[in-house]
Design a protein around this ligand. Structure first.
Ligand code: ATP
Ligand code: MG
Length: 224
């Protein structure tokens, strides 16, 4: 655990199937709190044995590219898609660490993901490589007991901005207006013939319509 004051790298990993305003608001919140940071969206590969919920890898990247075109302050880190198989976060973080030296690294996740951290491959090593910043998400909370709760208590900082002073090893919690939006809900809405408008950027909805993703039928969505 070393202290550091160099360029802060913030990573939001996810499947982004599709990217929505919950993801983007989190990323924007990071730019607001860490104006000098590099904030990257890092799409994950789907495990080969799992059927993909919707978009192909190329389509997920194209949707993220549309976001970056409109919001050039965000970056895209596509390293996990360049590998043959799904990557473990700890392996990806090792890789990033090699590139950024001792600079602060912040791995961003919602409370739903953080609560299940102890199911991740080599999860105890994550903090040796990165800080973790947990963002409140509706329907899930910071764990109150168990190994992840103990990890949080042992490594927490008093405010998220403190993470910029550590290259790794600390956990922050960030309160922001919670958005009860998930990619699953958006996919289900579309499948049911309802419009997901206002849950995701219009440019992404246009892309979904054009490519007929998630069972989108051009004539069907009600309310668009
Ligand atoms: P799915 O429903 O397919 O699982 P998702 O909406 O959960 O999609 P992911 O790509 O799985 O999106 O999420 C990536 C990361 O972003 C996770 O750490 C998740 O907790 C976080 N996240 C996603 N949506 C929100 C949200 N609305 N509020 C806070 N965190 C979020
Ligand atoms: Mg999810």
């Amino acid at each position: 655990m070393s202290t550091s004051c160099g360029m802060v790298h913030i990573i939001l990993g996810g499947t982004f199937d599709p990217v929505h305003l919950g993801h983007l608001r989190m990323a924007q919140e990071m730019l607001n709190r860490f104006p000098e940071a590099q904030v990257s969206l890092m799409p994950a590969a789907y495990p080969p044995h799992r059927p993909t919920p919707g978009a192909t890898t190329e389509q997920r990247i194209e949707m993220l590219d549309l976001i970056l075109r409109a919001s050039p302050s965000f970056h895209l880190d596509s390293r996990e898609l360049e590998r043959e198989e799904a990557s473990y976060s700890v392996v990806t973080l090792r890789n990033i660490r090699l590139e950024i030296g001792d600079n602060p690294l912040i791995f961003l996740m919602g409370t739903d993901a953080f609560a299940k951290l102890d199911s991740w491959y080599h999860w105890q090593e994550l903090l040796e490589l990165s800080n973790i910043l947990v963002v409140g998400r509706p329907s899930s909370e910071l764990p109150q007991q168990g190994p992840v709760a103990e990890l949080y208590q042992a490594h927490k900082v008093s405010k998220p901005e403190d993470l910029a002073h550590y290259s790794c090893g600390r956990i922050g919690f960030c309160e922001m207006p919670q958005l009860d939006i998930s990619s699953t809900y958006i996919r289900e809405q579309i499948k049911s013939g309802f419009s997901p408008r206002f849950l995701l950027p219009d440019v992404i909805l246009d892309y979904i319509q054009q490519h007929g993703l998630y069972g989108y039928q051009t004539h069907s969505p009600k309310g668009n």
